[in-house]
Design a protein around this ligand. Structure first.
Ligand code: XIL
Length: 357
């Protein structure tokens, strides 16, 4: 699709704003053809913007709330649950025939002050967490098909060791210093609440073969052997290196799927250096497209890699800007005006070339 030369060209813009891109097939068509779930992270407050909602429904068959299912949104106080934003997103998905991934039941970030600074005992925290997991998973039973049960539990000081958090050992839920035992308890609670839901462990910087992905691998292997209800691994895939080690990424996806679990690429974005006007160079846009294409191809080459999600879809709304203090941006397949970028064409091309998944 050719972007109109002038932003002032109102007539052309109006004509193209709500229409599919020039090629007859959308990304969603290509994903359906490839038998792949292709989704994106969604912000409830943007659904009332026509271009946002129409692009989302047209291009994706899967979505995930970007922040609306995190504790700080769901849990305004210790006694209540506020599902309003998350429900809006889930209702949108159902109305448009899309599947929903839930994100995330347990994380060390975006927790409300009453929880993070509540000075609860391990026994109290265990009760609070079990109730949270079961209430949220039951609320969405039959509507959320897969959950990120635990997010980013591994980190330094030794890369790949368990991160010291409220849930693990600060003070934890009663399984401090017992390795992955606290994670296991969370998976069991989620499974009790919805035995049909697929349960994922989601992690950052574990996309290549490295000490962190080794630690995830050891945990998944152990859980599978002992029958802990874990169905998949989420690899976030926030990329800023325009020449990622694709052989290592592909081998890593392969070793997880060989354990019999699914892999979802959960938070794909490819951030670029941007100038003061927020624009990247044309060469970087080309390299970015190539990275998107390679990631999609790597997933499609493993039958157990069953979903890809981008972390947002338009450069108008992306966490990268604030995360990088404005130095990086332009990370997503659609530009700020919802026009498809080279990355979009690359993704769709990779999916269209797939022999079926
Ligand atoms: C980010 C959201 O995109 C932002 O809106 C929010 O302010 C901070 O969190 N890893 C994750 C996501 O698992 O939940 C994070 O999302 C990005 C990093």
């Amino acid at each position: 699709m050719v972007r109109p030369a002038s932003r002032g060209c109102v007539y052309l813009a109006l004509l193209t704003l709500f229409a599919p891109p020039a090629s007859q097939h959308t990304l969603r068509d290509a994903a359906d053809h490839a038998h792949l779930l292709f989704g994106t992270a969604v912000r409830a407050q943007r659904l009332s913007e026509a271009a946002y909602a129409s692009t989302l429904a047209r291009e994706f068959n899967l979505l995930e709330p970007e922040d609306a299912m995190k504790w700080e949104t769901l849990r305004p106080d210790p006694k209540s649950f506020d599902f309003s934003q998350a429900d809006r997103i889930v209702d949108f998905a159902i109305a448009h025939g899309m599947k929903v991934r839930g994100h995330t039941l347990v994380w060390h970030r975006q927790n409300p002050p009453w929880l993070a600074e509540g000075h609860y005992t391990p026994a109290q925290l265990a009760e609070i967490l079990e109730k949270h997991i079961k209430t949220v998973v039951r609320h969405y039973r039959g509507r959320v098909f897969a959950w990120d049960v635990i997010n980013e539990a591994l980190d330094e000081p030794v890369l790949g060791s368990l991160r010291s958090t409220l849930w693990y050992d600060q003070p934890g839920i009663g399984s401090a210093q017992k390795g992955t035992a606290y994670i296991e308890r969370c998976f069991r609670w989620a499974h009790e609440a919805d035995p049909e839901a697929l349960l994922f462990y989601n992690e950052a910087e574990a996309e290549t073969m490295n000490p962190k992905s080794d630690a995830v691998y050891a945990m998944v292997q152990d859980f599978r052997r002992r029958g802990v209800p874990l169905d998949g691994v989420g690899l976030e895939m926030h990329i800023s290196n325009l020449h990622p080690d694709m052989a290592s990424i592909s081998a890593n996806i392969g070793r997880f799927t060989a354990l019999g679990v699914q892999v979802h690429i959960t938070e794909l974005d490819v951030s670029l250096a941007v100038g003061a006007n927020g624009d990247p160079t044309p060469e970087d846009l080309r390299l970015q497209a190539e990275v998107y294409r390679q990631i999609a191809t790597a997933c499609l080459s493993h039958p157990g890699c069953t979903a890809i999600q981008t972390w947002g879809f338009t450069d108008k709304y992306s966490w990268i800007g604030s995360h990088s203090r404005g130095k990086q941006g332009a990370a997503l397949p659609f530009d700020r005006d919802y026009f498809p970028k080279p990355a979009y064409e690359a993704l769709r091309g990779a999916l269209e070339q797939s022999k079926g998944h």
